[in-house]
Design a binder for this molecule. Structure first.
Ligand SMILES: NC(=O)c1ccc[n+]([C@@H]2O[C@H](COP(=O)([O-])OP(=O)(O)OC[C@H]3O[C@@H](n4cnc5c(N)ncnc54)[C@H](OP(=O)(O)O)[C@@H]3O)[C@@H](O)[C@H]2O)c1
Length: 237
């Protein structure tokens, strides 16, 4: 039985990860801002799910993380799943800053907490749910794609750092394409059901992959994004 903390588990991918991990017999800490969603999740697996209702961007985030780890009685796996972004025509400063707050600042708060905890304990596993969108800038939501790129590049750095330490500290960057949640907006293709996406994420984490595309065929889009020359991408991006 692993002790797993999922930041952002009230809906969508995070909620389904919580369900599937609890169903497999693990102890899950689930967080988010919507108390009623946390309550209904907890009622599904009363002995295996512990919840904490708080804003991951708030100044008390580290205190909440500490309290959750105490309640779990330790920590083996921390998944940073919380995220938000809105497509926008005009570059609304409030939307840009809110996007960076949850996808960069709150991400760093949680990941740095987890890193320190795992280094002290001598083992652990850090996971972020970033996005295929982080592979290239896009005009519909420049702050979202940039923030997700931050997560992926940061995790590549952490991976190298952890490898050099020669301790069992694993780093996994999960890059989903479209998954069928309220987050997936605008024209879509290859949309994965949330159950399938969560299954593939859990498998990638179990294999301690450094990087995984969800669903798997999205590696093709990631490669294409990186390979396509600017003079073409700037017309369609
Ligand atoms: N769906 C897709 O197509 C897709 C594609 C690529 C990447 N992703 C990434 O996958 C992750 C999960 O998204 P999803 O599709 O499952 O969407 P979702 O259902 O909207 O889930 C987002 C989760 O993040 C939490 N969250 C957001 N802001 C928060 C805050 N300030 N404090 C605490 N928790 C916060 C939400 O909880 P509360 O609202 O209750 O706080 C919710 O549990 C996100 O990081 C997203 O960027 C999704």
């Amino acid at each position: 039985m692993q002790k797993i903390l999922i930041i952002g588990a009230t809906s969508g991918i995070g909620r389904e990860l919580g369900r599937q991990y609890a169903a497999a017999g693990h102890l899950v800490g689930a967080t988010g801002r919507r108390q009623e969603m946390l309550d209904s999740l907890q009622q599904e697996y009363p002995d295996r799910i512990i919840t904490a209702c708080y804003d991951a961007t708030g100044s008390q985030a580290t205190t909440h993380l500490d309290a959750m780890v105490q309640k779990l009685g330790g920590l083996d796996l921390l998944i940073y799943n919380a995220g938000w972004g809105e497509p926008m025509e005009a570059l609304d400063p409030a939307v840009n800053l809110a996007t960076t707050d949850i996808n960069v600042n709150a991400f760093l708060t949680a990941i740095l907490y987890g890193w320190q905890y795992f280094v002290t304990q001598g083992h652990g596993h850090l996971v972020t749910i970033s996005s295929i969108a982080g592979n290239r800038g896009n005009r519909h939501s420049p702050s979202y794609s940039a923030a997700k790129a931050f997560q992926s590049i940061y995790f590549e750095g952490l991976y190298i750092k952890a490898k050099k330490m020669k301790i069992p500290l694993y780093i996994t960057d999960i890059q989903p394409g479209f998954v069928d949640t309220k987050m997936a907006k605008g024209p879509k293709f290859w949309v994965a059901p949330v159950e399938k996406a969560a299954r593939q994420i859990i498998r990638a984490i179990g294999h301690k992959r450094r990087l995984a595309y969800i669903t798997r065929r999205w590696w093709l889009v990631a490669k294409l994004f990186r390979w396509i020359p600017g003079w073409i991408y700037y017309r369609i991006g």
